[in-house]
Ligand binder design. Structure first.
Ligand code: FAD
Ligand code: SIN
Length: 540
């Protein structure tokens, strides 16, 4: 395949925003593993956080973000996120995003952990609106090429050229990509490669994430020797619809922001017992409170009740949620919604600096697959779409530097080491289910040392089996995703085992207190051979 200036892996908000900006001065190729719109971005409901209200201040958004992150956020990253917010919203509007308005001004709602109304939204389908506008803008751009059904399998590294490892820091030269059409793996050379592969919700049995969220970017970066950080901080959204026919359907936090209340199996409100902000407490607290109510009462779910709101308002403000529930026989204007917590967002990821540079030369990361220092131990609601926008802009700005990079005349073709061409469906399905069940049961909302150690031992065995299979069979989308899922699960457990305290999203019954000595200390994982040169933060 032809070389490109900038190879973007992923077509969510991070990848598309980067592409639109980098195309101002270079040629951009976007590879995406399914249809172009299929991404976490497309399912975002609540909105984008930004300081726009007259009674709001940057200092307040910064304070709320730092508070949610429980002493682990990078203050410089948080400041950049917040101060760039209004600019980014303006840019989205110019790219054609139709946010809800109240009069001439953008309509703002509130979500958990925010002290002011600052969430810009498009009904309850903000992500679909943003994704659609960005995809259309990219499709119109003459210097952007988008290839659907192209799965990045692994990164191409300078150290691997010529069959033997070279001395010096590694550089990323592009990626090996599996084409869904031809079934062949080809090398795509690029001056800079941008991971924009999103999250890894699929590591857990229950998740709000779509099928694409298998953590591919983190796994590829880890194999390439990039530093990975804070993987123990997996955010569980408190309110995923509980229904046998609904898969991964979120009931937005904005529903609580507009006045929805939580009730336990006895129909009683309970959040006041857990936090003064009640239903709008930070997400980790609401998710643990629900988990506790369910466990102590033996219930399968709790209730989210919006029957106190006007039916006409519910239908106008939450048309998708209203429609989806009605299809399943629940009229939310008259009866409460059954909800449970589910894996939602990966706060950790590939460690990057303020310009989105990873510790591997020529490799950038933006959006959910990255760890920028913004979220710390817990992400504040609706800060992630904003983070992807801000770091995509930074990544594009720094990409000018890579235009002068020399590409090698060629790289070794993908080595097909397969000896066995028969797909083993049993191995795939068994391990896919085993990892997700294991992570849900042992590495979920509440953890213990014994559970984490057991998960680590089991994952080692599972990963060994998958690696053997991977190297002896033809590469397929399923096996690549399974391999990455197992890798990311292992990274989550590794990080969780290193943190001997409870903080934010990581709650371990054997270390229930937060240790102030660990304030500001991220859990950083590095392969022994990596030479980090980019981000510099304190680590455990
Ligand atoms: P994504 O949007 O997930 O895009 C990843 C892309 O990478 C996809 O195109 C995927 O196909 C592609 N890809 C992955 N692996 C490969 C590979 N190996 N090769 C090629 N392509 C690959 N955040 C907010 O701030 N506000 C909200 O209201 C909000 N609501 C949410 C609701 C739901 C249901 C969910 C799931 C998340 C929500 N979030 C919200 C989180 C937010 O949507 C995500 O963090 C954000 O969209 C991530 O954007 P991204 O560009 O990093 O990744
Ligand atoms: C939601 O709408 O509740 C999701 C918001 C988020 O994840 O930031």
């Amino acid at each position: 395949m032809d070389p490109t200036d900038f190879l973007v892996i992923g077509s969510g908000i991070g990848g598309l925003t980067y592409a639109l900006r980098a195309a101002e001065f270079g040629r951009v190729t976007i590879m995406t593993k399914k249809q172009r719109r299929e991404s976490n971005t497309n399912y975002a409901q609540g909105g984008v956080a930004s300081v726009l209200a007259p009674d709001d201040r940057f200092a307040l958004h910064i304070r709320d973000t730092l508070r949610a992150g429980v002493g682990l956020c990078d203050p410089a990253a948080v400041r950049m996120l917040v101060e760039e917010g209004p600019l980014m919203i303006g840019e989205l509007v110019r790219w054609g995003v139709d946010f809800d308005k109240q009069g001439q001004a953008l309509s703002l709602t509130r979500e958990g952990g925010h002290s002011r109304n600052r969430i810009v939204h498009a009904r309850d389908a903000t992500g679909r609106e943003i994704e659609g506008a960005l995809v259309r803008a990219c499709a119109r751009h003459p210097r952007i090429r988008m290839l659907e059904h192209h799965l990045a399998v692994d990164l191409i590294l300078s150290s691997k050229l010529g069959g033997r490892r070279r001395a010096g820091p590694d550089s990323c030269l592009g990626a090996y990509v599996l084409s869904g059409r031809s079934g062949r793996v080809q090398a795509v050379l690029a001056r800079a490669t941008v991971l924009a592969t999103g999250g890894a919700g699929k590591v857990y049995l229950y998740t709000t994430n779509p099928d694409i969220a298998t953590g591919d970017g983190v796994a590829m970066a880890w194999r390439a020797g990039a530093a990975i950080a804070d993987m123990e901080f997996v955010q569980f959204h408190p309110t995923c619809l509980y229904h046998p026919l609904a898969r991964s359907f979120l009931i937005s936090e904005a529903v609580r922001g507009e006045g929805g209340v939580l009730r336990n199996g006895a129909g009683k409100r309970f959040m006041a017992r857990y936090h003064p902000m009640k239903e709008l407490a930070p997400r980790d607290i609401v998710a643990r409170a629900i988990d506790n109510e369910m466990k102590t009462r033996g219930d399968k779910h709790v209730w989210l009740d919006v029957t106190g709101l006007k039916p006409a308002f519910i239908r106008k403000r939450f048309p998708n949620i209203y429609k989806k529930c009605l299809e399943l026989g629940i009229d939310i204007t008259r009866e409460p919604i059954p909800v449970v917590p589910a894996a939602h967002y990966m706060c950790g990821g590939v460690m990057v600096d303020l310009s989105a540079r990873t510790s591997v030369n020529g490799l950038l990361a933006v959006g959910e697959c990255s760890m920028t220092g913004v979220h710390g131990a817990n992400r504040l609601a609706s800060n992630s779409l904003l983070e992807a926008l801000v770091w995509a802009r930074q990544a594009a700005a720094v990409s000018r530097e890579y235009l002068a990079a020399k590409l090698p005349p060629g790289v070794p073709a993908w080595r097909d080491t397969s000896t066995d061409r028969k797909p083993a469906a049993v191995l795939y399905h068994h391990n896919w289910d085993a990892i997700r069940r294991l992570m849900w049961d042992y590495v979920g909302i509440v953890r213990s040392d014994a559970q984490l150690k057991s998960a680590s031992r089991r994952l080692k065995l599972i990963r060994g089996e998958i690696e053997n299979y991977y190297w002896s069979h033809r590469v397929t989308v399923d096996i690549v995703e399974l391999r990455n899922l197992a890798q990311v699960a292992e990274l989550i457990v590794k990080c969780a085992l290193r943190r001997h305290e409870s903080r934010g999203l990581h709650y371990n019954v054997d270390h229930p207190l937060t240790d102030p000595a660990l304030d500001g200390r991220s859990t950083v994982l590095r392969q022994r051979r990596s030479r980090p040169s980019g981000p510099r933060r304190k680590g455990l």
